[in-house]
Design a protein around this ligand. Structure first.
Ligand SMILES: N[C@@H](CCC(=O)N[C@@H](CS)C(=O)NCC(=O)O)C(=O)O
Length: 194
């Protein structure tokens, strides 16, 4: 079985796998979808045009939830508990809304905070952060496994890309980021090094 992970060095979704696949040999193929030729490469393997993509013996598997489930099954890694399924879904939802707002900002699209869509998005963001804070406080993310890696990659990216402020994260999530940053692969995959 050969693995090739397609992604960028700044993507928080890709970073999860660069940490999670610590004990699984793979090659990293840098795909920066903002470059036309690399975006064409991405489109040729994933019609959704999103990273990460895992090429398994040359065959593409996309969507991080599918990739992690495949790796859990194939490499005898611990499957998610029901709490962890919810935690990962909440992290994914937070990550998605932060990426959408980053892409809107980057393309110069105005964000009207009175508009119903953005009001609902801001409410979702606030509720998810509060839920994740509760899960961390309850000790559900103490194990350095995919859920903790995903949360760390998302929160650290949100600070790196100025999509959330330390005040919005609050002391519990900030402490979680600080403690996770001491993991070897967390340091090695820091997007600020890209
Ligand atoms: N649902 C996807 C989301 C992945 C995703 O949003 N990746 C971002 C980079 S971090 C991306 O490829 N964005 C390109 C785009 O949205 O056009 C997953 O879980 O893998």
């Amino acid at each position: 079985m050969t693995y090739r992970l397609l992604g960028s060095l700044t993507s928080p979704y890709v970073r999860r796998f660069r940490m999670y696949m610590a004990d699984i040999p793979y090659e990293l193929e840098i795909v920066n979808y903002l470059e036309t030729d690399q975006d064409a490469r991405l489109s040729s393997v994933n019609p959704i045009k999103r990273i990460p993509v895992l090429l398994i013996d040359g065959k593409p598997l996309w969507e991080s939830r599918m990739i992690v489930q495949y790796l859990q099954r194939t490499h005898d890694k611990q499957p998610f508990t029901m709490d962890e399924e919810n935690i990962v879904s909440a992290i994914d939802a937070l990550q998605d809304l932060l990426i959408q707002s980053f892409l809107l900002q980057r393309s110069g699209h105005p964000i009207d905070r009175q508009n119903g869509f953005f009001v609902r998005t801001a409410d979702r963001q606030r509720l998810i952060l509060s839920y994740l804070e509760q899960q961390v406080s309850a000790g559900l993310l103490t194990r350095w496994d995919y859920p903790a890696m995903a949360l760390y990659a998302t929160l650290d990216w949100s600070l790196f890309r100025s999509q959330l402020t330390p005040t919005q994260l609050g002391p519990v999530l900030l402490q979680f980021v600080k403690e996770s940053a001491s993991q070897r692969l967390a340091a090695e995959t820091d997007p600020r090094l890209a």
